[in-house]
Design a binder for this molecule. Structure first.
Ligand code: NAX
Length: 367
């Protein structure tokens, strides 16, 4: 019997978790033979709802689910966890400016970064789902001086899946026939869903597409899909967001296929000229539990402009929370080479990445 993984989920009584927790417990992320302990975290006022969720989990009699723990504090909730899904966040209230939303969440995520640093397993892998996800992930990472920035990611996988689904519809094929779609930038309406490198059933899609359709229909529709769903069902995306989180963590853990890439928001190492030290969605590949930004994709002028627009938004977001970014972690986030300690990332290596298995496995990362 394998040793159980400890998984923390914040916002565990919310809508996304209502889908995520059951699929985690069913083995959809870590496989059908990996036992789990769920450490579920909520605000004190939502603990009763969380208790209801735990009863339902119990009633499923999941063979992989060893234990469910309920926590109203992050210190106990993050204790020894190997993976953390940070789903809970403060929603935008009436009259709240974006800057207020940013700073309200900044405080939550700086405390969570510190608690992960102090209480989680040193190899913890963190996925931030709660919005504004990219900047929340940056704040958490900057407040975790003993962890590598490569251990913190934010979710653009829902956007990636949306982008894939919409192009599959266009070509009349299945989403699994589409490869190499990329989301660049922020999980917001400035994100850039890029089809230049995408293939459908092995053939490039770009030559088949009308650029006007891409610019005026496809890109805005992916960017605003969240709002379209709220307008249609009166609630924000929940099951599809859970699917994005499942795909993100599963691929990070098990790896991505060689003939494809996925989108993940990771700390920028300056690839493609993107400002270092912001959390930005890139096309990435994962192997041996590590993510690496896909290098060398051609970027034309129009794509460059779109990347710069979303980059600027993230720079502005970062400026708005600068007071919560400790100076002591700045260098590690600007020079990712110095953070290779855990072997979790190949950031900062020269242009030619060393693919040898010996180098990949040298640090013996054991969960
Ligand atoms: P819900 O409002 O249904 O649930 C959020 C839960 O988080 C609530 O139960 C609340 O009590 C809890 N919570 C709030 N602050 C907390 C804290 N500090 N510690 C622990 N728990 C806390 O929202 P839901 O629909 O589940 O969405 C959760 C978050 O995901 C939101 O911020 C939402 O904007 C974001 N999303 C991010 C997406 C992405 O692609 N990155 C897509 C979907 C979603 O919009």
């Amino acid at each position: 019997m394998k040793r159980p993984f400890r998984i923390a989920v914040t916002g565990a009584a919310g809508s996304i978790s209502n889908s995520l927790l059951f699929r985690l417990a069913a083995g959809e992320v870590f496989g059908p033979d990996q036992p789990l302990i769920l450490q579920l975290i909520e605000r004190p006022e939502a603990m009763e709802a969380l208790r209801g969720m735990a009863m339902e989990l119990e009633d499923c009699a999941f063979p992989l689910l060893h234990n469910v723990r309920l926590h109203d504090n992050i210190q106990d909730g993050f204790s020894n966890v190997h993976f953390a899904f940070l789903v809970g966040a403060k929603p935008r209230g009436p009259g709240m400016e974006r800057a207020d939303l940013l700073s309200a969440n900044a405080e939550i995520f700086s405390a969570q970064g510190r608690a992960l640093n102090d209480y989680a397993n040193p190899d913890v892998k963190v996925l931030v789902v709660g919005n504004p996800a990219n900047t929340n992930a940056l704040i958490a990472s900057r407040n975790a001086p003993d962890l590598s920035p490569s251990q913190f990611t934010a979710m653009s996988r829902l956007d990636h899946n949306r982008a894939k689904g919409m192009i599959a519809n266009r070509f009349g094929c299945n989403a699994s026939d589409i490869r190499k779609v990329a989301i660049w930038g922020n999980h917001s309406a400035t994100q850039y869903p890029d089809l230049h490198h995408a293939t459908a059933m092995g053939e490039p899609v770009w030559p088949e597409l009308d650029p006007k359709w891409v610019d005026e229909e496809y890109i805005p529709r992916v960017q605003k899909r969240g709002a379209e769903i709220i307008a249609a069902r009166g609630q924000s995306s929940a099951a599809s967001a859970a699917q994005g989180a499942i795909d993100h963590m599963r691929d990070w853990y098990f790896g991505t296929p060689d003939d494809d890439f996925v989108s993940m928001c990771v700390v920028s190492d300056g690839s493609y000229g993107v400002t270092k030290g912001i959390v930005f969605s890139f096309p990435v590949r994962c192997r041996y539990g590590r993510h690496e930004i896909v290098q060398g994709l051609p970027i034309d002028e129009a794509a460059r402009k779109r990347i710069e627009t979303t980059e600027k938004e993230l720079i502005d977001e970062k400026a708005g929370v600068e007071h919560l970014l400790p100076a002591e972690t700045e260098a590690a986030h600007l020079n990712l080479r110095t953070t290779l300690r855990s072997g979790a990332s190949r950031y900062g290596e020269e242009d030619t990445l060393d693919d040898s298995e010996a180098s990949v496995l040298r640090t013996d990362r054991v969960l």
